[in-house]
Design a protein around this ligand. Structure first.
Ligand code: AMP
Length: 466
């Protein structure tokens, strides 16, 4: 997962990008970067860590220009190597550009091998760099149904061709000397929204919470398969694919990833996440003394459960906010440790009680197992674990960091075996139907992590038997 942000037409473009990225920080904390154009040159500031530790006041002073893009990263493809920090910058015969990507390509390895065999030299291990090379090498004209504005003749045919060669998930922001471009893959796996402020600046962001922080208004989503260009001639859209795909928006964004104050895929995350909890209450009525969330991810579902069941909502686990998300660090030992660093039970709430614990998802089971044992030590009489999404049985190839099938508990164990593993008195998951109804399934979702139905795969994956 990653977050992307873009600004067009603002003399504080870098500062606004900094703020936008700060609001998107939950989408990735491994590295951050900002690229700014002053109309002639593109300058960058990149570094490892969260945006406030990467970009300092003097950097913002140096990053002058009216157009900017930014990226916060957490590695799904290519590892957390500093070489993979985005935006990527490149210069080719068509000019300079910088690019930032949220998502994952499923055919990146194959494309990369082909490019390398043809002499390309890669400087990173990230799938995003494939875009850079393909853009530079593209020679195809724009598809015949496209009527190009004269400002777009030199660069956009490259983007269109690349969109037809890559497969998978990509929400992109591209910075050129005088243009901001936003691109969303034809399935619309990852969110991407467009906004505007009172002074006429435009913004592109992964989530609307990044528009709120800079006081910009949400205009609309960038559509699946759309290429949106903003420059001094205005704002215009192209759809290089003549026949639209059925949308496959990532349902896990609603389950876990997006911020609850955001509107993505044209829906409020808050509303849907709470509805997951209401559905859980209908599917699993349990006799208990209190409902407690695993903060922050289980908060809204626990509220929804309490609302429908009438069982009092309590904060039975306190979260220490000075620790990052438990899952975000790639190494298992650190993950093990950080669950305890992060959560501590409130003995007064827990002792002698029958407790319903609500979390958004159970992946490796590390979090739930530790929570159950913490609550037992705090004197809970019964512990009923409820998960506001179905069992995660398959890895994501579209930009969510899920482990391999071997490490996914639900891919290998039955619900009863998982219950035993985590040590709870009962364990239940929201049904797939319940989740899809809450999110309005008519909108078209990717549910691959819960169903193993992958909308796009590369031939190589089927060979590997994934
Ligand atoms: P686990 O301990 O492996 O079962 O992880 C489950 C916990 O991690 C839940 O509390 C989720 O909120 C969180 N989580 C689930 N998926 C992810 C992800 N892809 N990245 C970061 N955190 C996640």
């Amino acid at each position: 997962m990653c977050g992307v942000f873009g600004v067009y037409n603002n003399k504080s473009a870098a500062e606004l990008t900094f703020l936008g990225l700060h609001a998107l920080q939950h989408r990735g904390q491994e590295s951050a970067g900002i690229a700014v154009s002053d109309g002639y040159d593109i300058n960058l500031k990149l570094g490892q860590g969260i945006v406030t530790s990467v970009v300092k006041e003097n950097d913002l002073r140096d990053l002058r220009g009216n157009i900017s893009i930014g990226h916060v990263r957490y590695s799904t493809a290519g590892g957390s190597n500093p070489k993979n920090i985005q935006p990527f910058f490149a210069h080719f015969y068509g000019g300079s550009f910088a690019i930032a990507h949220n998502g994952n390509l499923v055919n990146a390895d194959r494309l990369r091998r082909e490019l390398e065999e043809d002499g390309a030299i890669f400087r990173s291990t990230s799938d995003t760099e494939v875009f850079v090379h393909l853009i530079a090498r593209s020679r195809q004209p724009a598809p015949p149904h496209i009527n190009l504005h004269k400002n777009d003749e030199d660069f956009l045919p490259h983007v269109f061709e690349v969109m037809k060669r890559v497969k998978g998930a990509y929400s992109l922001v591209i910075l050129r000397e005088k243009q901001l471009i936003a691109v969303r893959d034809p399935y619309g796996f990852r969110p991407l929204v467009l906004g505007k402020n009172r002074t006429g600046s435009y913004f592109v962001a992964s989530e609307t919470c990044a528009l709120d922080i800079i006081d910009a208004e949400y205009l609309r989503d960038i559509n699946p398969g759309e290429v949106l260009v903003i420059d001094d001639a205005g704002i215009r859209s192209y759809y290089p694919f003549e026949f639209p795909e059925e949308p496959k928006k990532c349902i896990f964004e609603f389950v876990y990833f997006a911020r609850p104050d955001s509107k993505i895929f044209k829906e409020w995350v808050y509303q849907i996440r709470k509805e997951f909890g209401r559905r859980l209450a209908k599917e699993y009525p349990i006799e208990a003394d209190c409902v407690i969330p695993v903060l922050d991810s289980g908060l809204l579902a626990a509220m929804g459960y309490s609302e429908v069941s009438g069982i009092p909502f309590e904060i039975g686990l306190i979260r220490n906010h000075y620790v990052g998300r438990s899952f975000i660090q790639p190494a298992q030992e650190i993950r093990d440790l950080s669950v305890r660093l992060k959560l501590n039970p409130v003995r007064q709430v827990i002792e002698g009680k029958r407790v319903i614990v609500v979390d958004d998802s159970l992946v490796r089971g590390t979090t739930s197992k530790k929570i159950v044992s913490m609550l037992r030590r705090a004197g809970a009489k019964e512990i009923h674990m409820l998960i506001s999404s179905p069992p995660v049985i398959s890895p994501c190839f579209y930009g969510i960091d899920t482990p391999t099938r071997e490490e996914l508990l639900a891919a290998n164990l039955s619900v009863e075996e998982i219950r035993k593993f985590i040590g709870a008195d009962s364990l239940n998951y929201l049904s797939l139907e319940g989740m899809l109804e809450a999110a309005d399934s008519s909108k078209g979702f990717c549910t691959a992590c819960f169903t193993h139905n992958y909308p796009v795969l590369d031939e190589l994956f089927s060979v590997q038997g994934v």
